[in-house]
Design a protein around this ligand. Sequence first.
Ligand code: HEM
Length: 404
Amino acid sequence: MTGIPAVSRRAVLGGAGAGLVVGAAGGGWGGRASAHRRKELLGDGRVAFHGARQAGIVEPAQARVEWAAFDLAAGTGRDRAAALLRDWSAAAARLAAGEPAGDGGGGIALDAGPSSLTVTFGFGASLFDKLGLADRRPPALAALPAFPGDALDPARSDGDLWVQLGADDALVAVHALRVLRRLAAGVAVPRWQMSGFARTPGATPRPMTGRNLMGQVDGTNNPRPQDPDFAAKVFADGPGWMAGGSYAVLRRIRMLLDDWESLPTDRQERLVGRRKSDGAPLSGGPDAGERTPVDLAATNPDGTLAIAPDAHVRVAAPASNGGAAMLRRGFSFHDGLLADGSPDAGLLFAAFQADPARGFVPVQQRLARGDGLSRFLRHEAGALFAVPPGAPEGGYVGQPLLEG
Ligand code: HEM
């Protein structure tokens, strides 16, 4: 889920906070000496909104995410939808630069800087019908098949429009959502909303892949921006208005955490195929580390496969799925308790790919049948959105489609 290998964020860290700040060290007011030190202010992180690709895909997952889906209000035509995307893009660009957005956000993020805010917009298949654009709907946006075990709640699935707001400060993300909701008044109606979180940058001594709520290091074998075929896996090459865009598959996956946590660690590790402590593959021996390549053919001294037949990393691997690959960028959620007292918690799974038919679909088809982990998971909501390419300065996301 969380840990996308570090890539050069479009982030510019503000100079003002740079340099070593020693927090309340031996304070003159009698405070205890603190070892708390930080090099820069998290709030100063900046990711430009405008660019060839939308932000919020290759950037490392921020500490907090808000996902919100909207449906067009009755009677909304292409002009009003285009005006909304224009307003949303302008507000997103200002907020990402740490500027006021004019606003309706209640001032809740006034002092937290942009905190690496990214705003990502997506279009659902239903949008094209409502705007009379069915002939321009990309084939890759075709409805996903039903997968074994799916129990998707329609009220928390799909939608005409999707917005992903990620930031390293929860108030900044929520503020941005409030601003966008207000701009949508009368044009688009909120359909569902989900909040997620990931490791806060700086919480660990070095950048490391984050953990999910099952405690696993998650995100290791993601495609990496430096791979020669990265763009081909993650970004679409057409049709025209989608060239450089991507397709986001979302899933709210609840984890049966009480059952999972009752398993001994070695059993948990066999179900994934990696060590829990450091994410090293079980095929690598005691000296392996997180980055040791997975060897699906490796065997134990007794001849059994080191990575079990139903281990998640075997079933999900591109080698088991005709090369199918995707960029996973999920977040954890923890939304209180269900009626039976168990935690309503799990993974807001997000996968970005050039085409779901060569990414999520074949992999999930196999996982739903043969993944040992799936006994501890419940897919409760899902969606597929076309994520158009980024907008240039002065333009807005989706402009070539909506004005084309
Ligand atoms: C709550 C649900 C899930 C959990 C807890 C989970 C956890 C993990 C973990 C711990 C890894 C190993 C580290 C890594 O390479 O990232 C992994 C790998 C992977 N997962 Fe999942 N995963 C979940 C759902 C999914 C789903 C729904 C898909 C796609 C349909 C998926 C696709 C993959 C892929 C492609 C890999 C990399 C396999 C490889 O090439 O080694 N996962 N996952």
